[in-house]
Design a binder for this molecule. Structure first.
Ligand code: FAD
Length: 518
């Protein structure tokens, strides 16, 4: 009760302060129980993100103790005469300041301490888990594994929050089969931009449910998600094979994802791939098991135009079925047209596979290469134009330097729910192309932030001129016209939903889709 009163008092002060000249130190009345903070370190963390390209200081940071506390803060913002903005921040792994705000409060959803909030609650019988919106996927995994269960659809990296990935889509090599993470959610609790705490699902408040999934934080703050689970595999056979011919590579990828309806024994569980345009990258942070003991020389493989393509596939299994795994993999590999003798195989526990990028993170951190600017560009490219993209970008614009991994893998559109807010190309199959670059101050111009940012612009311009209708994943635009173009036919419903669920445009202003109405 005391906490509630103090929080209410703090919010009143916030409203008054925002309406007058701003002095952030006035936002924190003594004894707010540490929840609404103007500590320099809190404000500093909330001002930055993984991209390192934007900096925006909020007036204060809320460490939430409950969904109701979040609802109270948003309601105060909604009802006040002057208003202020509210942005949920998951793990701050956006690239372009999407979780930042200047005229308001950042809610630190993933602050590590559970407080009085929901932990993970697993239903073994119904195979789902209820989790707090700020929970990191790594923690979701750990808690569900205690019951021998695990979510079905993943991201490559698990130190991302549930609310953060569900606001985008959440994709990895399982998406061809299970759809993105937003296709594997049964129910959500959401605080809307009016400060209402609502439960939504396919059956209940379905408009809000579909709006929030892939909704870029525009319609509400996810405080709880009910996520579908499956029995967790124990081990993973992880295979990489190389191609010098792009058409053979994409044909094989497309063939493999077309097997999604087949029994588990007759398809892979994960299908991704990456592009190798220079030798340095064959041992980059996402290709850990082309080990020095196993050196691969592009020149020795007859790469066409200096570019190689690596298909990455896995098969999950239980120790009890280990005797059949070799044969199942062999049958599937026999149908593919990779370069003979370019097969790299490893075998590891399921958790180690899912958490593979974290290992790379630790390595990069130890070399001071993690906290650098990341001008990433993620595109969905329609299948019909992926060969043009290859010619124009991988074999053209990129030259022979990429400054980071380039992922490429196809997905089946029928695994994506059209009613969600996310937009994808208008074809049955589309590719993710992820240019995951790090800018370095190394003196090499081609590694500089300016060079890589210009190259991103060039790639987008090339697609535009060539009429390749790409859609940005984790989109970033600065004008409303660009956003309207991005959403295309979906813009009118996106706008209508915004007016319904966040009419004062309080939420997630860092996406720069709508301006707050003061
Ligand atoms: P934040 O950056 O904190 O927030 C992102 C947006 O979501 C903001 O607008 C924020 O306001 C909003 N938001 C945050 N929490 C909530 C909430 N609870 N309710 C409503 N809105 C909320 N993506 C993939 O799909 N697949 C990958 O394999 C993948 N790998 C990645 C690897 C790395 C190393 C990094 C840095 C990113 C990767 N991403 C991947 C992208 C990632 O999914 C998005 O950047 C995601 O938004 C990050 O989650 P976050 O918790 O850090 O979100």
């Amino acid at each position: 009760m005391a906490t509630k009163l103090l929080l209410t008092f703090a919010i009143c002060r916030l409203i008054v302060t925002v309406g007058l000249t701003l002095d952030p130190t006035e936002l924190l009345p003594l004894g707010v129980d540490g929840h609404l903070s103007v500590d320099t370190s809190d404000v500093e963390t909330a001002s930055l993100d993984f991209g390192g390209l934007n900096r925006a200081e909020p007036l204060a940071v809320l460490h939430p103790a409950s969904a109701e506390g979040i609802a109270r803060l948003v309601r105060a913002a909604y009802e006040s005469a002057h208003g202020f903005t509210v942005s949920a921040r998951g793990h701050g792994h956006s690239i372009n300041g999407q979780a930042q705000t200047t005229n308001g409060v950042v809610i630190k959803m993933s602050d590590g301490s559970k407080g009085g909030r929901l932990g993970s609650r697993v239903s073994e019988k119904l195979r789902y888990v209820d989790v707090w919106g700020g929970e990191l996927w790594i923690d979701v995994l750990k808690s569900t594994l205690e019951y021998g269960l695990a979510p079905k659809s993943w991201t490559d990296y698990l130190y991302l929050s549930v609310g953060g990935t569900l606001s985008n889509a959440g994709i990895s090599g399982q998406a061809f089969n299970h759809g993105p993470q937003i296709s594997n959610v049964h129910e959500l609790d959401v605080v809307t931009g009016k400060g209402e705490l609502m439960t939504c699902s396919e059956e209940q408040n379905s408009e809000l449910f579909h709006a929030v999934l892939g909704g870029l934080g525009q319609f509400g703050i996810i405080t709880r998600a009910r996520i579908a689970l499956e029995p967790a595999p124990q081990r993973v056979r992880w295979i990489r094979v190389l191609y010098s011919n792009f058409s053979a590579f994409t044909k094989d990828q497309e063939y493999l994802i077309s097997l999604h309806g087949q029994p588990d024994t007759q398809k892979f569980d994960y299908i991704e791939g990456f592009v190798i345009v220079d030798e340095g990258l064959i041992n980059n942070w996402r290709s850990s098991f082309f080990s020095p003991r196993n050196p691969v020389k592009i020149s020795s493989l007859g790469a066409n135009g200096g570019v190689l393509y690596c298909l990455e596939i896995t098969k999950n299994y239980h120790e009890s079925t280990a005797n059949t795994i070799d044969q199942e993999v062999e049958v599937l590999l026999q149908k593919l047209k990779f370069i003979p003798a370019s097969v790299f195989t490893t075998d590891l526990p399921y958790v180690d596979f899912l958490d593979r990028v974290h290992k790379a993170e630790l390595k990069l951190r130890s070399k001071g290469l993690w906290d650098v600017p990341h001008p990433w560009l993620n595109l969905f490219v329609p299948k019909s134009r992926i060969a043009d993209f290859d010619k124009g970008v991988f074999k053209g614009i990129l030259g022979n330097k990429t400054s980071g991994p380039i992922l490429i893998y196809p997905m089946n559109k029928n695994k994506w729910d059209e009613r969600s807010s996310v937009v994808t190309p208008n074809e049955d199959v589309f590719y993710l192309v992820a240019l995951l670059r790090s800018a370095l101050d190394s003196g090499d111009e081609t590694q500089s932030l300016e060079y890589l940012t210009n190259q991103n612009r060039q790639i987008l311009k090339f697609c535009d001129h060539a009429g390749i209708n790409v859609k940005q994943y984790l989109p970033h635009y600065t004008t409303q016209q660009e956003w309207m173009d991005h959403f295309g036919d979906k813009w009118s419903s996106f706008y209508r939903r915004k007016m319904e669920f966040d009419p004062r445009r309080i939420l997630a202003t860092g996406q720069r889709i709508f301006e707050h109405t003061f």
